[in-house]
Write a protein that binds this ligand. Structure first.
Ligand code: ARG
Length: 282
């Protein structure tokens, strides 16, 4: 079959996909709860079950280990129910650590707590930021470029701060839908040059930028986004995503990825899932 015979709308899976072993940082949801509301998913009136949260989190951790990744854990602190969302704890590029400075006072103490973990674990290039940024919730690396979200949490001025500190190009993207308040709820990095995203979560200008940078990107539907399907972690081959995102999983398969559904329903009550629980160290 020649290329021209390929059915319209189908894409040949890219040959030679392979998983890259990553070093990840996670935080056990020991004190998980929804006691305040800082995003539309959080309803403090709805009961949570810390035991279920722990079991679901443990499954994610074991999945990472079974795929050959290394998982470090940072000690959870009581009174910080959102600390399980390790992605927000900092941003790491080439061993350099940009600390996180949270938008809401309910989470401010997490920034120093995470930075302390880095200082105690051999990271010696640490920067306490001038501007608000919520770590890898809003900073996502694609190869040697950084995509940076703003609009709800991370201050646009932190994009320049990150570019200066890391020395890689930072491209700002504006989020417009409060349901998708962090970049990692609207866009997932699949490989060094591929992403998937939900266009409606972005401003028209940012959508145009994404089309320009990633003309071939996998575009998620409103249904994919609503089950948090974009809050995914990819090692270049395996893509861990919420198990309810079945449509997205099918389309990832067409492109030669191995989607792996994960059940993290308890944590979704706080507006987080796979990627939120995962800080990529290297
Ligand atoms: N309840 C947390 C918040 O609103 C959820 C954080 C999710 N983390 C993420 N990387 N998207 O801040």
């Amino acid at each position: 079959m020649s290329l021209n015979d390929a059915p319209v709308g189908e894409r040949a899976p890219r040959a030679g996909r392979r998983a890259v072993a990553r070093r990840l940082l996670m935080c056990r949801p020991q004190y998980f709860d929804v006691t305040y509301s800082i995003n539309p998913w959080m309803n403090p009136e709805k009961p949570t079950d810390a035991r279920t949260a722990l079991l679901q989190w443990e499954q994610l951790r074991e999945l990472y280990l079974s795929l050959g990744h290394t998982v470090e854990v940072v000690e959870p602190l009581s009174g910080l129910p959102d600390m399980v969302f390790a992605a927000n704890g900092a941003t790491v590029v080439d061993g350099k650590v940009l600390g996180a400075r949270f938008r809401h006072r309910e989470r401010t103490a997490e920034g120093p707590a995470y930075l302390e973990w880095f200082a105690a674990n051999g990271f010696d290039e640490l920067l306490w930021p001038d501007h608000i940024n919520e770590g890898e919730g809003d900073f996502l690396r694609v190869g040697r470029r950084m995509l940076a979200g703003t609009g709800f949490r991370t201050d646009v001025r932190s994009h320049a701060e990150a570019q200066e500190f890391f020395g890689i190009p930072v491209t700002g993207l504006t989020l417009v839908d409060p349901d998708y308040y962090h970049l990692d709820t609207a866009l997932a990095v699949l490989s060094d040059d591929e992403v998937m995203y939900y266009p409606e979560a972005f401003s028209p200008g940012s959508r145009a930028v994404l089309r320009e940078l990633f003309p071939d990107a996998l575009l998620a539907t409103a249904d994919d986004a609503a089950v948090f399907g974009l809050n995914a972690f990819s090692d270049g081959l395996n893509v861990l995503l919420p198990q309810a995102a079945t449509g997205l999983a099918a389309r990832l398969k067409e492109r030669g990825f191995h989607p792996v559904g994960v059940g993290l329903g308890e944590l979704l009550k706080a507006g987080g899932s796979v990627k939120c629980c995962t800080l990529v160290l290297s």
